[in-house]
Design a protein around this ligand. Structure first.
Ligand SMILES: [Cu+2]
Length: 207
């Protein structure tokens, strides 16, 4: 939090949820950094996190496209986190054909046997966890966590996720990890943001 004065701080606080979706400028923007670890304290990669503002749902927010490619008969990346409404492309960079599908309630779809990049991306229009596979190569798997928030991220090798420009307010931290593959409901915990914040998040096998 870099609010210049107490009055500015009060404005920031009063703006609350509204600030989430209007540009108040960088003065109110906090950086929230998570370090995700497993139950033994080891850095945990591939955890999807989202800071979802509490209160009335946002009418809309801007999304950027995303990409999950297929290379060497693997999906890259394994885990993706996106705001609701994001269009994801699935370019096939192998010479063999892939057949991408999902039966997940949050996004049921199928890209029938193809090479190259399908002309139409898949729009992930509902929050939740989507598990994808390939009809031809059973070992291929990828995951998308869709959340009603522009503040999303996936932990890197050091277990780190950084979210910038987070306005003061009350949030629900939604999170999920591929180790929970049998249980695709996201985990949730409340989080209040009043300024720059560093949090450790433990993701164990059990929920
Ligand atoms: Cu395949």
């Amino acid at each position: 939090m870099k609010c210049a004065s107490e009055s500015r701080r009060r404005i920031c606080a009063a703006a609350g949820l509204l600030a989430s979706f209007l540009v108040l400028g960088p003065a109110c923007a906090a950086e929230v950094v998570f370090r995700v670890v497993d139950e033994s304290g080891r850095d945990l990669e591939h955890a999807a996190l989202a800071l979802v503002p509490l209160g009335p749902p946002a009418a809309s927010f801007q999304t950027r496209g995303a990409e999950i490619r297929q290379k060497d008969k693997r999906f890259i990346p394994l885990m993706t986190a996106v705001p609701t409404g994001t269009a994801i492309n699935f370019p096939n960079q192998d010479t063999v054909r892939h057949h991408v599908y999902s039966f997940s309630p949050a996004k049921t779809f199928e890209l029938k046997l193809y090479t190259g990049t399908p002309s139409t991306p898949v729009v992930f229009d509902k929050p939740g966890v989507v598990v994808m596979g390939c009809n031809i190569h059973d070992h291929m798997v990828a995951y998308v966590m869709v959340a009603n928030s522009p503040w999303v991220g996936v932990s890197d090798e050091g277990g780190r996720v950084a979210m910038k420009g987070v306005p003061t307010g009350n949030y629900e931290l939604e999170y999920w990890h591929p180790r929970w593959v049998g249980m695709t409901e996201v985990a949730r915990k409340p989080l209040r943001v009043t300024g720059d914040l560093a949090q450790t998040l433990v993701i164990g096998n059990a929920r």
